[in-house]
Write a protein that binds this ligand. Structure first.
Ligand code: AMP
Length: 605
């Protein structure tokens, strides 16, 4: 038997939610539905967003409401227009097979006449944001005298947004006999006060730990210098090629600056903040939901109530002023039982804030290292390989060209073709990151202590050479079937130097870092001049970070990565966070158009 039927939900609704792939109740649904179905109690549910709260109160409402009557019997108040629309839509979906159900969504920023017309036609469930609801009450356009249930959804967020007084006024319009169901992710004093003032002996239920974040969220932080923040942020984004994230900033100016810098650098990003018109906001949100945007840069207030599934990362570009807001931010990921990462970029001074947030979420942060350029390259390479494997092939379109293509490739082995294909995009990352500095604060501190040199004792991933050695880069690696021994031989033979002159060899996928005694460096350059390996010209360069500083941050304007630069040439322009860029450049799991014409003249640090 379907577990929802067991809980007392009627067949029609069970059929509808089965179509929505609800197989079994979520923990909050399992606990709340039996209590709410009695219709006798006030109720306080402490649960994070994304835990299935809407059905937890929505399914019981559908059982308790008399749909033969055409007057409002339930009022759901929620903080934002997005959530309001989402709840109304969900309720309609749950009620798909029940006759005569009428749900109206009442929210600001939209035509009030349409909403009034719907109310006049007769509704049983009103889902509303507080401001617009008060407006309608003020016009005497709604009769709440038969309301039996009031749901306060995301109560903490409503109070955060300053709706306390509006809520009081709205509640005073409803009968004393109504039952109030309050849902909140956190239980600050103000929410507790609502429970005390408006509820009688409420049934309390907690899913997860009180005031803590969702257990499926991992919390990471990166310790960096403030001036390296943007560079570190981009590195991290590049390290997660499949990222679909919300980036939090403290001010709207910051959101705009970051979004603009990201767009310049070829990322699909846009900003969401309080200065946008509702129309602009809707457009940005639509593009984010459609995944035409990979990164949504938002302020706390603008992001409230955003309900987008599958957000992989919440990025705290700046930590929130109020540490309590951290929970709201991180709750945008790991929805509906999924996992997610909330990561924060912090400087030394902000470490105390991390400790305070740990107390609130009841979970320690994991300190992470900003990935090294080589690590980013490896990650990107495998993302490219994955993409090549999974690309959709339009047989009809490509088949006519195949004979010509095959002919022009006939002298290349399968391996050669694979390497070339992967290198098409990979080389750009390689080039961009080959001398990229270590952006971790610890690393930079120890370097300055050492007077500009960091010995390899203190960091195995050191990108500087051992004393007396120079660290060199070569564009061949393990995929070219070199072992360390082979590589040593290859270097010694070509450079005509003894094995003892070669220090550490760091063999990577398609490239290698190796150390050579300072005195022998020229021989290596000379020896490898004009050398080919399997048809590829061998390239040797000095590796090192001293020249770099935080250039990544500064050179953000020059084609740092894929992106869909073509869009910009179509005259589509960003302004005020509402740029209209083409949405069709989405790819399987990724967002960048790797075939896009990225600027080649990237700075080389
Ligand atoms: P909510 O917390 O109500 O916003 O729900 C978060 C997401 O989980 C929504 O996409 C719901 O459709 C989905 N969801 C809610 N309950 C269930 C369930 N029992 N099984 C599967 N998905 C669910």
């Amino acid at each position: 038997m379907n577990p929802f039927l067991d809980l007392g939900i009627r067949h029609e609704v069970v059929n509808a939610i089965t179509e929505m792939s609800f197989e079994k109740p979520s923990p909050i649904q399992e606990k709340a539905i039996p209590v709410l179905l009695t219709g006798n109690d006030d109720f306080v549910g402490l649960a994070q967003t994304g835990t299935g709260k809407t059905a937890a109160f929505g399914l019981p409402l559908l059982e308790l409401i008399d749909f033969t009557q055409k007057h409002p019997q339930a009022l759901v108040l929620c903080p934002t227009r997005e959530l309001c629309l989402q709840i109304a839509k969900d309720l309609e979906k749950f009620a798909k097979y029940i006759d005569n159900v009428s749900v109206v969504a009442v929210y600001g920023g939209a035509n009030i006449s349409d909403q009034l017309r719907q109310i006049r036609r007769g509704v049983q469930i009103v889902v509303a944001t507080p401001g617009r609801m008060l407006d309608i009450i003020g016009r005497n356009a709604i009769d709440f005298s038969n309301v039996k249930y009031v749901v306060l959804d995301e109560a903490d967020e409503m109070l955060n947004m300053g709706f306390q007084e509006d809520i009081n006024n709205i509640l005073s319009e409803t009968p004393d006999t109504k039952k109030t169901w309050l849902f909140s992710a956190t239980m600050p004093r103000e929410v507790r006060r609502i429970a005390q003032n408006y509820m009688t002996d409420p049934h309390e239920l907690t899913v997860g730990t009180k005031n803590t974040g969702n257990a499926n969220i991992e919390h990471h932080y990166y310790l960096i210098k403030a001036k390296d923040k943007y560079a570190a942020f981009k590195r991290i984004v590049d390290y997660y090629p499949e990222i679909f994230g919300i980036v939090f900033c403290r001010t709207k100016i910051e959101t705009q600056e970051i979004a603009e810098a990201l767009v310049r650098d070829g990322y699909n990003a846009d900003s969401l903040h309080g200065d946008l018109s509702q129309q602009q906001r809707d457009k940005v949100m639509k593009r984010y939901r459609d995944r035409s945007l990979q990164l949504l840069i938002a302020t706390d207030v603008a992001a409230r109530g955003i309900d987008v599934n599958d957000v992989t990362h919440v990025i705290n570009f700046s930590l929130p002023d109020e540490v309590e807001n951290y929970t709201h931010r991180s709750g945008r990921t790991a929805r509906a039982g999924k996992t997610g990462v909330s990561l924060s970029l912090v400087n030394v001074k902000e470490q105390g804030k991390i400790r305070r947030i740990e107390k609130i979420i009841g979970k320690p942060f994991v300190k992470k290292e900003v990935p090294q350029g080589t690590e980013v390259c490896e990650k990107q390479l495998f993302a490219i390989v994955d993409k090549i494997r999974n690309v959709d092939i339009n047989e009809e379109q490509i088949n006519p060209f195949l004979p010509t293509i095959m002919e022009s490739m006939q002298d290349l082995s399968k391996e050669d073709i694979v390497k070339r294909l992967a290198s098409l995009e990979f080389n750009r990352f390689l080039e961009y990151y080959q001398n990229a500095p270590d952006l971790n604060l610890d690393a930079r501190d120890s370097r300055s202590r050492d007077g500009g040199e960091r010995g390899d004792r203190d960091d195995r991933r050191s990108r500087t050479a051992s004393k007396g050695y120079t660290r060199l880069f070569m564009n061949l690696g393990s995929v070219d079937e070199f072992s360390r021994g082979d590589m040593l031989g290859f270097i010694c033979n070509n450079a005509n130097i003894p094995g003892k002159s070669v220090g550490k060899i760091d063999l990577k996928g398609v490239f290698t870092f190796f150390e050579v005694e300072d005195a022998e460096v020229n021989k290596v350059f000379e020896g490898f001049k004009g050398v080919d390996y399997n048809g590829r010209q061998v390239r040797i360069e000095v590796s090192g970070e001293e020249r770099g500083g935080s250039r990544e941050g500064r050179s953000r304007d020059r084609g740092s990565r894929g992106g869909d630069r073509r869009d910009r040439s179509r005259g589509e322009r960003r302004s005020g966070g509402s740029s209209e860029r083409r949405g069709g450049d989405r790819e399987r799991g990724g967002f960048r158009d790797f075939s896009g014409k990225r600027k080649e003249s990237r700075s080389r640090y």
